[in-house]
Design a protein around this ligand. Structure first.
Ligand code: NI
Length: 421
C-alpha cells in the first residue's frame, strides 16, 4: 500500500469560525487531520514522507467558491464592453458556434489557472461540451458542479436535455453534473417542468439565471414559475437582482441556494441585489463571478470588495464580514460538496494561502485581517491554493499542468474562432 502523504503547514494565521487564530495544520492525504494551536512539534517519530512548510505568519483560509461562471467564455473577455446586449450576443453567438470539444477543454483549463491563482478551489458552471470540461477539471484538480446550458427557444431543447442526461455519468468525487436551464426567458414552462421532473428523479442540482435585468422583471415573477416545479428541485438561482418581497419569500420558502454576481450585474447595467434584505431573511447566499465575457475576471475578491463599497452607495447596510465568513461553507454546500469550505478536522484540505506579510496588510494583527482582505488586499496576494491536499497553485506556478502548453493551445483556438487561421 502506498504511504499516505503528510503535509504540515506551520506558523499560520488560520481562519476558523469567522476569526483568525495562530497555529498549524496537519494534512493527511485529502483530509485535514489536525488543526493545532501554536507551532508544530514533530514528536511522532514517524518515518512517513512529510512535506513541511513554514508559512511565516501567512493566512490560511478555506478555498473560495465561485458558485457561478461560464469558464470557457474566458475567450470572449473584452470582446464588447459597451455594446447593447443584442450586439454583444450576436458577436458571442457567432464565435460560440465555432467552439468544439478541444477549444472548450483548453479554455476550461485556462479559466482554472485564473481561478486557482485567485484562491478559488470550487466552482459552479453552466456551458456545453461537459465531457471536455470534466476532463479539464479532473486533470487540473479543482472541484466543480458542471451544468449543461439548456434552451428550447430554437426547437432543439430536447437534444440538449438528452445530452445533459448522458453527461450525468461523468459525475465523480470532484466533478458533479447538474442540469442548467438557462433562464425563464429562454426556456418554455413545459421545458422547465420536464427539467424539474428529471432533476427530482435523478437527484441532481439545477442551476438557472433568475431576474437578472429590469426587462426580465416585466416578463415574469418567481411566483409564475412555481407551477413548473423548479423550486422543488435542489436549485441554485443566479443573480436575483430585480426581486421584490414576494420573490424573496419564495426563495426562502423553497430554500434556494443563491449565487450573487454583483460585478457582472453592474457591468451589464442590471442593478445591485438587495443583499441586506437577503441576509436578514437568512437566505443561502454565495458569490459568483459569472463568465469573463461580462465581468471580465474570475475573481471573487473583487466581488466582495465591490459589494462592500456599493452597498453604501445604494444604502444597503449588510454585514460584509458575515457574508464573507459564510461564503466558503455556503458556496461549497450550494454546489453540492459537503465536506469542504471549512478548516476542521475530517474536512477536505481545500485551502487558500494568502501572503499577509505584504505591506498592504500592515498592521498585520488577527482582528484586522478580514478588513484587510476586503478593503486593502486583492487576489494578487494569494500565495498558494490546495485541493484535496494537492497544490494546484503555488507561488506563481501551476504544479498539476503545463502552463505554457495551455496558453499556447488556448491562443491557437482563439485565433481559429476569430477567423485568423
Ligand atoms: Ni451566467
Amino acid at each position: 500500500m502506498e504511504e499516505m502523504k503528510i503535509t504540515v503547514l506551520d506558523n499560520a494565521c488560520i481562519f476558523r469560525d469567522g476569526k483568525f487564530h495562530y497555529g498549524h495544520l496537519i494534512i493527511a492525504g485529502k483530509y485535514i487531520e489536525k488543526v493545532g494551536s501554536g507551532s508544530f512539534e514533530n514528536d511522532s517519530g514517524s518515518s512517513e514522507e512529510m512535506e513541511y512548510h513554514d508559512l511565516n505568519g501567512k493566512m490560511i483560509l478555506p478555498g473560495f467558491a465561485n458558485t457561478h461562471t461560464h469558464s470557457p467564455m474566458v475567450v470572449f473577455r473584452g470582446l464588447e464592453d459597451f455594446a447593447p446586449l443584442s450586439k454583444w450576443l450576436r458577436k458571442v453567438l457567432k464565435r460560440e458556434a465555432k467552439l468544439n470539444s478541444d477549444s472548450v477543454y483548453w479554455f476550461t483549463l485556462l479559466a482554472q489557472m485564473e481561478m486557482a491563482s485567485k484562491g478559488i478551489t470550487t466552482f459552479g458552471d453552466m456551458y456545453f461540451h461537459l465531457d471536455s470540461m470534466a476532463k479539464a477539471v479532473n486533470e487540473f484538480g479543482m472541484k466543480a458542479l458542471l451544468t449543461r446550458g439548456l434552451v428550447d427557444m430554437d426547437g432543439n431543447g430536447r437534444n440538449r436535455l438528452m445530452e445533459n442526461l448522458r453527461e450525468l455519468s461523468l459525475s465523480g468525487d470532484r466533478v458533479r453534473i447538474g442540469l442548467g436551464p438557462h433562464a425563464p426567458y429562454t426556456c418554455s414552462k413545459e421545458y422547465l417542468e420536464e427539467i424539474s421532473n428529471i432533476a427530482k428523479s435523478e437527484g441532481v442540482k439545477v442551476m438557472i439565471h433568475l431576474l437578472e435585468s429590469p426587462e426580465e422583471r416585466e416578463d415574469y415573477t418567481l411566483r409564475d414559475l412555481v407551477e413548473t416545479g423548479i423550486f422543488e428541485t435542489d436549485l441554485i438561482g443566479v443573480h436575483l437582482v430585480q426581486v421584490d418581497e414576494d420573490d424573496l419569500r419564495i426563495l426562502k420558502d423553497y430554500d434556494v441556494g443563491i449565487a450573487l454576481c454583483p460585478v457582472s450585474n453592474a457591468k451589464l447595467w442590471n442593478g445591485f441585489p438587495p443583499v441586506d434584505r437577503m441576509m436578514n431573511m437568512g437566505l443561502k447566499l454565495s458569490v459568483g463571478t459569472d463568465g469573463a465575457a461580462s465581468n471580465n475576471s474570475l475573481d471573487v475578491w473583487k466581488e466582495f470588495n465591490y459589494m462592500a463599497l456599493v452597498a453604501r452607495i445604494v444604502n444597503e447596510k449588510f454585514d460584509v464580514y458575515a457574508l464573507f465568513s459564510e461564503s466558503f461553507e455556503n458556496g461549497a454546500r450550494i454546489l453540492g460538496f459537503e465536506d469542504t469550505g471549512k478548516i476542521e478536522e475530517g474536512y477536505r484540505a481545500d485551502l487558500t494561502i494568502v501572503d499577509s506579510g505584504k505591506v498592504s496588510y500592515f498592521p498585520n494583527v488577527p482582528d484586522r485581517l478580514i478588513s484587510h482582505i476586503l478593503f486593502s488586499g486583492n487576489s494578487g496576494d494569494v500565495f498558494a491554493t490546495m485541493v484535496d491536499g494537492v497544490w494546484i497553485y503555488y507561488d506563481g506556478n501551476f504544479p498539476t499542468v503545463d502552463e505554457n502548453e495551455i496558453k499556447r493551445n488556448a491562443l491557437k483556438e482563439f485565433e481559429r474562432l476569430e477567423g485568423w487561421v
